[in-house]
Design a protein around this ligand. Structure first.
Ligand code: KIV
Length: 270
């Protein structure tokens, strides 16, 4: 079903070139059919570790394995042909050492065919980012609110509300750029800080809850489709898919109970 059409994907260079031209459009995707639906509209697809919560019903992103991320990335690659695909390195797969990060990121690129990895962390991950980039693995960094750090951050809190947090965010942004990241996700960051970081950096900033002033935007697709119960202020619901499913399934249940489904046209007579 998938992959019959010619594949011509955006590259890291294509994404870099958009800075200052037009906003980068991106969404998360975890499955082939969703990737196929999003592919014509986005510059890149992120196989986010948010799938731990959105698909697997976990309480946080901490529990997802590299193997799971790899299988979902293969599905997203099969479903898309234009978007660049990025895998989100899960908790525990890159923090131990640059060597561990390289081993796992190289496996990701080899087994999935995706073009880049994302990893959470700023200055503390700069050596690791540099190690990967020097060895031909493009890296998108992720600073501000870092869901994998939920236990040390004490919850999911907007960042940049006091001077110490602002200073740390600038340090993180500068450090990941210097280390060679081609882009950085700014999550849950106040508008003035996100704006200044975006202006100061040469690399592409991708915002999620970080204002319209970033170089691009990303959302968890189930959030914006109304298919996951998010009450985050930064999510705009473009559809109410959850409600549509509820109505359709309720109609199906009524039809089955009334024996009006299957009807004659759904029935093999001979
Ligand atoms: O895991 C994820 O989905 C993410 C983003 C939405 C940036 O990290």
């Amino acid at each position: 079903m998938y992959g019959d059409n010619k594949i011509r994907r955006n590259t890291v260079r294509d994404i870099i070139k958009l800075k200052g031209k037009r906003p980068v459009v991106s969404l998360t995707a975890y499955t082939a059919p969703m990737a196929a639906a999003l592919d014509p509209h986005v510059d890149f697809l992120l196989v986010g570790d948010s799938l731990a919560m959105v698909l697997y019903g976990m309480d946080s992103t901490i529990g997802v394995s590299l193997e799971t991320m790899i299988e979902h990335t293969k599905a997203v690659m099969r479903g898309s042909r234009k978007a660049m695909v990025i895998l989100d390195m899960p908790f525990g797969s890159f923090e131990e050492s640059p060597e561990q990060a390289f081993r796992n990121a190289a496996r990701v690129l080899r087994e999935t065919g995706c073009a880049a990895v994302k990893l959470e962390g700023g200055a503390a991950m700069a050596d690791t980012i540099n190690y990967l980039v020097e060895r031909n693995i493009p890296v998108m960094a992720h600073i501000g609110l870092r869901p994998q750090a939920v236990h040390v951050m004490g919850g999911y809190r907007t960042q940049g509300k006091n001077q110490a947090e602002c200073d740390r965010m600038f340090e993180d942004a500068m450090a990941v750029q210097k280390a060679g990241a081609f882009s950085v996700v700014l999550e849950g960051i106040t508008e003035p800080v996100a704006t200044e970081i975006t202006e100061k950096l040469d690399i592409v900033t991708i915002g999620i809850g970080a204002s319209a002033n970033c170089d691009g935007q990303i959302l968890v697709v189930e959030d914006m489709l109304g298919y996951f119960p998010s009450n985050a202020r930064f999510v705009k619901r473009y559809a109410e898919v959850g409600q549509t499913i509820d109505e359709a399934v309720s109609q199906y249940a009524n039809d089955v109970k009334a024996r009006s489904f299957p009807a004659a046209e759904h029935t093999y007579k001979t």
